[in-house]
Design a protein. Structure first.
Length: 198
């Protein structure tokens, strides 16, 4: 059985990076030792790879060099930050995911068709925020009924029965944000009939 090694390319690259930073700044080991309180022998072993750096040592060196810790240890560059979400069709609407974070808020761009059939109001756990990008959106929130125009924002607790769709016979686009609880199965709530109120 071969012995286990603790080779880590990120850790292995720290020593040469520390030496290069010190040389770029024209510091000697003794000068850096005076600035950081780290012994000359420890600094020398860090730069040669004879000692693995601890967080405490790296923080002291980061302060001395005035560089963030991730730059000091040479963390790999951030990957492609773009979200490549595939549009989803739901009840004639198009939802385009704008993030891929597991848990937390979910963000979507939503395209509502010109003739978005009205459905029963629904309620579920969560909190929703919507921003109208273009067109008009009708929002029914329990007994309230609104027409939202471009640039208008609404936010509401989704325990309140609600429905929204395009208004004015034209398509609409909006941004929506809601938590993962909003993805649970909807509990349907029928709007009260006007006759019952009479």
């Amino acid at each position: 059985m071969e012995p286990m090694t603790n080779d880590d390319p990120v850790l292995d690259a720290i020593g040469p990076r520390l030496r290069e930073l010190r040389r770029q700044r024209g510091l000697t080991l003794s000068g850096l030792s005076a600035d950081t309180g780290i012994s000359v022998s420890t600094l020398s072993r860090l730069e040669s790879g004879g000692r693995k750096p601890t967080l405490e040592l790296l923080l002291a060196l980061g302060r001395a060099y005035q560089v963030p810790l991730d730059e000091l240890v040479g963390m790999p560059e951030q990957g492609d930050p773009r979200v490549h979400g595939k549009p989803v069709q739901l009840h004639g609407r198009t939802l385009i995911p704008l993030n891929h974070r597991p848990g937390g808020l979910r963000a979507y761009k939503m395209l509502l068709p010109a003739h978005d059939p009205e459905r029963d109001q629904a309620s579920h756990e969560g909190y929703e925020w919507m921003y109208v990008l273009s067109g008009q959106v009708r929002l029914r929130l329990a007994d309230l009924d609104f027409i939202m125009k471009e640039g208008e924002v609404a936010e509401f607790d989704t325990h309140t029965p609600h429905w929204f769709g395009s208004a004015g016979g034209a398509p609409a686009e909006l941004l929506t944000l809601f938590g993962p609880q909003g993805e649970r199965m909807h509990v349907r709530a029928r709007p009260r009939s006007r006759k019952a109120d009479s």
